[in-house]
Design a protein around this ligand. Sequence first.
Ligand SMILES: *Cc1c(COP(=O)(O)O)cnc(C)c1O
Length: 457
Amino acid sequence: MTKEQIPYKIYLEEDEMPKAWYNLRADMINKPAPLIHPGTHQPMTLEELSPVFCEELCKQELNNTDPFIEIPQEIRDFYKMYRPSPLIRAYCLEEKLGTPAKIYYKFEGNNTSGSHKLNSAIAQAYYAKKQGLKGVTTETGAGQWGTALSMACSYFDLDCKVFMVKVSYEQKPFRREVMRTYGASVTPSPSETTQIGKKILEAHPGTTGSLGCAISEAVEVATSTPGYRYVLGSVLNQVLLHQSIIGLETKAALDKYGIKPDMIIGCAGGGSNLGGLIAPFMGEKIKGNADYRIIAVEPQSCPSFTRGKYAYDFADTGMVCPLAKMYTLGSNFIPAPNHAGGLRYHGMSPVLSQLYDDGLMEAIAVPQTEVFAAAEEFARVEGILPAPESSHAIKVALDEAKKCVETGEEKTIVFGLTGTGYFDMVAYEKYHNGVMDDYIPTDEELEKYFATLPPVE
Ligand SMILES: *Cc1c(COP(=O)(O)O)cnc(C)c1O
């Protein structure tokens, strides 16, 4: 088809937007391993999850049977403010590369939070409000999740307490101030405001914090403050469920023009955008109705899929959360200071971990400087300044499109462009000044972290 037939931007009409999320777990033959209790190692029940998470979200977390879960009207109304997100045909990039490949990307950076995270934040805030809660607590690393959640909470008049990894709190004042603009309170973690924070500070006085540590603090506050629950922006089954809106829209837009992708590529931190993007395609693949190459891209500095172990592990440093079976680098793993804040988590979504273990998807780890080179190559022709996280997917999409130049194959490539990079200009600066490194952990280092995995039969 020609440019006249397939537009640069494929939008859906409002009435073509998905009315239900797709729960891929219902169609998975091998279900993801359940969350288990850190003490008893038994699967977590609804009663055990409910003091931590909102009731309806606990049900979604445990639901492995319903393939579709209706999106409440209030959430659909909010989605309409910034969705459907465009599926863009990268004609300019194709031309620049001289590739016969057809490249499409689904752009999720068109809202003020700047990333896909708002898709789940608004759902989680809605269920908290519906339950009559006063507020929610959470952690944020670089700040994208905290930003999305603070927007969602202000919409529903909920209090939002964010524990922000201390080093980011100090180095990323802009994200912090966006969150405060939306009315959230932002505390640098570890802090003196929680028992676990005090304990961590006593043991490591100068620590600049970590995601695992901020999670422990946020969970402690949620479970000890009446009317509060904890919410998480990635990894969990419920978050992948909400993010299926990305994949459903992508599929509907492609179907509208009869386009069948050969490969679907996305970056993977905790796995939520990728899990959402691939959901309907993976569903078809599992049922044998179609075949796609599905590729997760992660940083070489935090290689959960490509070098991690598939095992039960702690989700947080304080070891207060349930254990999850996932590809993990160990809960004490602290990646070298790379600049893709959203890809620094030690573990990977249990859903994606199971699919990867079943050989239904691939994973590639890429070095940081090559990611920024790809980001620039893309930015210079496509008119979007991509987030460093998203640029991991760009890197592999470009590599695949360049292979097609050599082979002459007209592959159709779809990738997820999860967000914008305006708050990441310090990282771009480091890249431009040639002071960005490509630290890769050694096997010995990783072994040290694997040794701390909990013994679970
Ligand atoms: C958080 C984030 C990611 C990674 O998170 P996933 O849960 O793996 O999707 C990717 N891109 C952007 C822009 C993010 O903010």
